[in-house]
Design a binder for this molecule. Structure first.
Ligand code: GLC
Ligand code: CA
Length: 587
């Protein structure tokens, strides 16, 4: 039996988070774009799901090249979303309902329209020059001008852009219009601290921090190792993900966060080294509370490129989760639990093969497996009603995301006649493009899914399945819906807080490619979470998997009223397609 480690208790460990991506949440004024008053109108819906914290994706003034992750002013709200006063009302609305509120802190880069960058690019001796990362050109043997190194941008091509006026390159790990800030320069750090205080003083209860592990770069800016010989541009993450001064910078943020008793979660792509992650999240480190890691969402990527076909096994997924569950439990760290966000496709389509008939139960199964692990669960808008990926029949004109569109543009430039490559890319976009998570939330069976007015053309098309029950209104009215099931998972987690928040985690039936099962245990209280990951019926033998006896059935993805305990008294259990059950068992 695993002994419970001396886990520090904290409100932020017990909380669950709902993520809002404003453009597609709810339009209140029929301009086809979601907005803050729209969010305020749905706070009861969020509260009733059992949510403790609302995280609002970037809503600041922005040219929207990367949907708000390109910020032009950290102190102004984008006109299309509302005003600072609207955000104050939103914060108040959350607090009135006993929920907390997070802003998105995007400070690895700004928009090129930000005043700091406008100044910085205006001349080499401008006082803001050092706020960004400027480097002279290199020249090859023929005297051609080349970027300072070979780093690839996350959105295709070189990560450096030549600026004619001052005859230097600037670094942009994302779009050309997203120049990276120079954190080596103390005034940049001070400016970030001021932004944090501004929003905390307005009542925000913390931050989700965008690519926060990229803020410290190796100042030699070395070439990245050549992994893909087909292109000059290579990943430089070795030199900027968790760079030399990251923890010093995070402690700077942590001091402010501690003053306000906040919740913090940092996005950290590329990092797999558990020691390195623990340095950021271990309880005594006072940097940030938890991170988003990426192994489980990169699982279907190709070897070189996300938009190349990839394949994965259930055992891989189980192994990633098991590793982080153990590491955090044994070292006083904490996990952020997520399947979806605004950068990921919809989980029911990514992780299951459910067809029309078992999408609902498969969505519930995913909620069970995710929500009862140790960590703070994150629910992304629409996930609670089981929204799916964009339809296969949608043409390229429906796709809006810069990541996907840049990929398509480059493919057409470099391989204009390669119909096969284009066909494969199109199939992969439908599976993996960020657009999949960005279609408007489906509120009702009304035209446009009730996201906006019936005669309005929304900024992005609504998935037509809103008419077939994938909408909030239908699900709020149906006690057997995915929405109510999510609510039951979050409530169960709170009811058995010791087990599901503070208990240990043991993977069960490790080698199975069909079953995802684990136990959670706190002292002599123990629960089994058992999920059939397939669309077929499965027989499962409890005793050979260490189950000594069943005390109670806590939850079931099928109609739980019909699920009598007797079923789990037999020696062999039969699991229906995508069935997940949660049982209290003998310790
Ligand atoms: C993060 C965001 C993503 C954005 C990128 C650049 O990964 O989640 O949406 O494009 O950072 O800010
Ligand atoms: Ca609007």
């Amino acid at each position: 039996m695993t002994k419970s480690a001396p886990q520090h208790r904290a409100w932020w460990k017990e909380s669950s988070v709902y993520q809002i991506w404003p453009a597609s949440f709810k339009d209140s004024n029929d301009d086809g774009i979601g907005d803050i008053p729209g969010i305020i109108s749905k706070l009861d819906y969020i509260k009733n799901l059992g949510i403790d914290i609302v995280w609002l994706c970037p809503s600041y003034k922005s040219p929207q090249v990367d949907m708000g992750y390109d910020i032009a002013d950290y102190y102004t709200i984008a006109e299309e979303y509302g005003t600072v006063a609207d955000v104050e009302k939103l914060i108040q609305g959350c607090h009135d309902r006993g929920m907390k509120f997070l802003m998105d802190l995007v400070v690895n880069h700004t928009s090129d329209q930000h005043e700091w960058f406008q100044q910085s690019r205006s001349s080499r001796d401008n006082e803001f020059r050092n706020w960004y990362i400027w480097k002279p050109a290199r020249y090859d043997e023929e005297g051609n001008r080349r970027p300072p190194n070979n780093w690839v941008s996350h959105f295709q091509g070189s990560a450096w852009e030549w600026d004619e006026l001052t005859q230097e390159y600037y670094l942009h790990l994302y779009a050309t219009e997203q120049p990276d800030l120079n954190w080596e320069h103390a005034p940049v750090r001070k400016a970030v601290h001021e932004i944090m205080r501004f929003w905390l003083d307005k009542g925000a209860n913390g931050f989700r921090m965008d690519v926060i592990n990229f803020i410290s770069k190796d100042q030699r800016f070395p070439d990245g190792p050549i992994k893909d010989a087909r292109t000059p541009w290579q990943w430089g993450d070795k030199y900027y993900a968790n760079g030399p001064r990251l923890h010093e910078y995070l402690r700077g943020l942590g001091e402010i966060l501690a003053e306000y008793d906040t919740f913090s979660v940092g996005e950290m792509p590329f990092v797999k080294d558990t020691e390195e992650v623990l340095r950021a999240v271990r309880y005594d480190r006072k940097e940030i509370n938890m991170i988003f890691n990426f192994e489980h969402v990169d699982i279907d990527h190709g070897v070189y490129d996300k938009f190349e076909p990839g394949s994965w096994k259930l055992t891989d997924l189980k192994a990633f989760f098991e590793n982080w569950q153990k590491v955090m439990y044994e070292n006083d760290g904490w996990n952020a639990l997520y399947w979806e966000n605004h950068d990921q496709p919809r989980s029911v389509d990514r992780y299951t093969r459910a067809g029309e008939e078992d999408r609902v139960v498969a969505s519930k199964m995913l909620a069970t497996v995710l929500g009862l692990k140790a960590g703070s669960p994150f629910v992304y808008q629409g996930q609670e009603i089981g929204m799916g990926n964009v339809p296969r029949g949608w043409g390229m004109e429906e796709y809006k995301d810069i990541d996907c569109l840049n990929h398509w543009k480059r493919l057409l430039e470099h391989r204009p006649n390669d119909r096969e490559a284009q066909k494969i890319a199109r199939e992969e976009y439908q599976k993996k493009s960020r657009d999949n998570g960005r279609t408007p939330v489906q509120w009702s069976a009304a035209p446009n899914g009730g996201f906006t007015g019936p005669n309005v053309k929304p900024w992005m098309s609504v998935n037509p399945d809103y008419a077939r029950g994938v909408n909030a209104e239908a699900q709020v009215n149906d006690p057997n819906s995915t929405y109510h099931y999510w609510a039951a998972v979050l409530a169960l987690r709170k009811r058995y807080l010791d087990i599901f928040v503070y208990g240990s985690y043991e993977l069960v039936d490790r080698d199975s490619q069909a079953i995802f099962a684990y136990t959670r245990q706190y002292e002599d209280q123990k629960a089994l979470v058992l999920a059939n990951w397939t669309g077929g019926t499965l027989e499962w033998d409890p005793s050979s998997n260490g189950v000594k006896g069943v005390k109670d059935v806590l939850l079931n993805t099928y109609d739980s009223t019909r699920d009598v305990q007797d079923r789990f008294a037999s020696a062999q259990w039969s699991l229906r397609p995508y069935e997940a059950v949660v049982l209290l068992i003998e310790a």
